[in-house]
Design a protein around this ligand. Structure first.
Ligand code: ZN
Length: 586
């Protein structure tokens, strides 16, 4: 082969290598779906160790709005925001791309914090319960006893019913019951007793296994001069006290130490301001109150790390929100409700609300799984197949309660995208309520909850740092931010691919419900009822698809509108096909 030929061959060989490299590079660059590009960025930047460190700080504090632990947690988040680049508002949110403010409000009633407590059976050396190992033993709003404590006879009143109280002299005694502390305390006060001990804990916390768990609870706060105390018992303490009573009368010494004082409620709000549509926003909310690590130091911590990541990406020009992303930390439900109702103009711009509440469970210890609590869809009317309510509890909804919206499936799809890479277990539950997603829904704003259930240590003093998984918080944080980034900066290409995505969810759902109805009819269910279920689902998705006109940050292009129209038609055609099939008509 001549020199020029060899030279040519070498040139074409190098040329083809070059082509192949370009193809690989382009292939690597090309995200499979419009939302894919956010995940590598977020996985690289979300530092779960940061979130875990924040949990450690927050969970070591007993938090109620206005108290030291709550306020210190708010200021801890403030430090994270400041070092991430958020500046404190002077004039307002328009001050800059990354701002925050701390809102202060006078409280209608005094705040409370526990300092110490113990219960000792007279004649026994070791206390039955002590605060250092059971920080939920002293009931919220309990006043302090004198330093030496109060000693009196214990009277067992079972559930505290009228019949069980009949003929018992309770004056100057301590009531012991297996019922809620709230009502037992009121009974005690009404009968001149000096305090109350109660054992009442849901079965799903497995008290006979977790014998030292105590769920926090509260008593009424009335007159500071008359305020007494309530003590919550673990299964172990309850059993020991009953055993002592079985042998004869029992006297106990109760010491409580707490602070009850006037205070102010703090809420901290941070904003990554939208470049194009700053008044349209995606709002995250995490409640600060309650003593638990998972509930809800993990929500506080995950959201703080999400805010830090967002600031870093905005400053590095790796992400630019076109709509505003708002991060809110405060008192549960109260602060989110106020955020929506205090400013009706602002509320009009809230497109999506997402509550992070109990987002760090190490499910190998707590049991349960990660859950998205959906907005009201027909699975909350006909809860069947894989759909089921949690042990927290939900009531069947009516068709008039339905809230058709794409946000349910959209967030689920974002979590499943994260799960693909991490084997994360992602589940959903029908609407139940009880967290910061509720105020959004009450205001007819799409609102979802990211949480975990059943958590065996829910609201107990077993809910501590050792029950928290840093990687679980990362899965939640990455998915939640991928969802917000997608909606806060959606272009028409993204919008079109999301419509396709939700249309696929709709078809899958109709197919699932068709098979469930077919099975139900085989078991004797009425055809008309089953066809109705499909019709309600089809209508729910038709409306949900119709709402996708608010995604694109610029305008509703004709292409977007026709994609929505076609998807809606396809859903109705599919539904007709399936309802006919149910009737046995081809
Ligand atoms: Zn919570």
């Amino acid at each position: 082969m001549t020199h020029p030929e060899i030279h040519l061959l070498r040139k074409s060989f190098l040329f083809s290598i070059g082509i192949i490299c370009c193809i690989i590079a382009i292939a690597q660059k090309q995200p499979v779906s419009a939302t894919d590009s956010y995940y590598p960025l977020l996985r690289k930047n979300f530092v779960e160790g940061n979130a875990y460190k924040t949990v450690a700080f927050v969970e070591s504090r007993w938090r109620i709005a206005g108290n030291t632990g709550f306020n210190e947690s708010i200021y801890y988040v403030e430090e994270i925001l400041k070092s991430a680049g958020y500046t404190k508002e002077v004039k307002g949110e328009a001050d800059g791309p990354l701002t925050y403010r701390i809102e202060t409000r006078k409280m209608a009633r005094p705040t409370w914090e526990p300092l110490d407590a113990s219960v000792t059976i007279i004649g026994e050396a070791a206390p039955l319960l002590k605060y250092s190992t059971n920080r939920n033993m002293i009931t919220i709003n309990s006043a302090s006893t004198p330093p030496e404590g109060e000693t009196a006879e214990v009277i067992y009143v079972g559930k505290g019913t009228k019949a069980e109280l009949e003929g018992k002299d309770l004056k100057g005694k301590i009531l012991f019951g297996e019922t809620g502390i709230g009502s037992l305390y009121n009974t005690a006060m009404a009968n001149g007793a000096i305090g109350a001990l109660a054992f009442s804990i849901p079965a799903y916390t497995k008290p006979e296994k977790n014998i030292h768990s105590i769920q926090f609870s509260r008593i009424n706060y009335s007159d500071p001069k008359k305020q007494k105390w309530g003590i919550l018992l673990s299964y172990d303490a309850k059993e020991k006290l009953k055993a002592a009573l079985a042998k004869g009368p029992v006297r106990i010494n109760v010491k409580t130490s707490s602070r009850i004082y006037e205070s102010e409620e703090l809420t901290i709000v941070a904003n990554a301001r939208g470049a194009a549509k700053p008044d349209e926003r995606f709002v995250f909310s995490a409640h600060v109150q309650e003593p638990g690590a998972n509930d809800n130091a993990t929500g506080v911590a995950t959201l703080a790390e999400m805010a830090r990541v967002t600031a870093a990406l905005v400053k590095d020009k790796k992400y630019r929100p076109q709509r505003t992303i708002t991060f809110l930390w405060g008192d549960e439900i109260v602060s989110t409700h106020r955020y929506i109702t205090d400013d009706s103009v602002r509320a009009k711009g809230i497109h999506w609300g997402l509550s992070l509440d109990m987002v760090g469970e190490d499910v190998t210890k707590t049991t349960g799984s990660f859950l998205i609590e959906k907005m009201p869809d027909p699975s909350a009317i006909w809860t069947r197949g894989k759909e089921k309510h949690t042990e927290w509890g939900g009531r069947p909804l009516k068709e008039s309660d339905m809230f058709p919206h794409y946000f349910n499936d959209f967030l689920l799809n974002r979590c499943r995208q994260q799960a693909k890479e991490t084997n994360w277990v992602v589940n959903v539950n029908p609407y139940e309520g009880g967290s910061d997603h509720q105020p959004f829904l009450n205001a007819k704003i799409p609102g979802l909850l990211m949480w975990h259930f059943t958590d065996e240590f829910y609201h107990t003093d077993g809910d501590r740092l050792d029950m928290v998984s840093a990687s679980e918080m990362k899965n939640v944080g990455v998915s939640a931010l991928a969802a917000a980034y997608t909606l806060a900066s959606a272009d028409s290409k993204t919008t079109l691919s999301l419509i396709e995505e939700i249309a696929t969810n709709a078809m899958n759902r109709l197919q699932i419900e068709y098979l469930l109805s077919k099975e139900a009819i085989q078991k004797g269910a009425a055809l008309a009822g089953e066809q109705h279920i499909l019709n309600v689902w089809a209508d729910w998705y038709k409306q949900a698809l119709g709402k996708m006109t608010d995604i694109n940050t610029t305008e509703i292009t004709p292409e977007i509108q026709s994609k929505i129209d076609n998807a809606q038609k396809a859903v109705m055609v599919k539904n007709e096909e399936l309802t006919n099939l149910l009737a046995g008509n081809k």
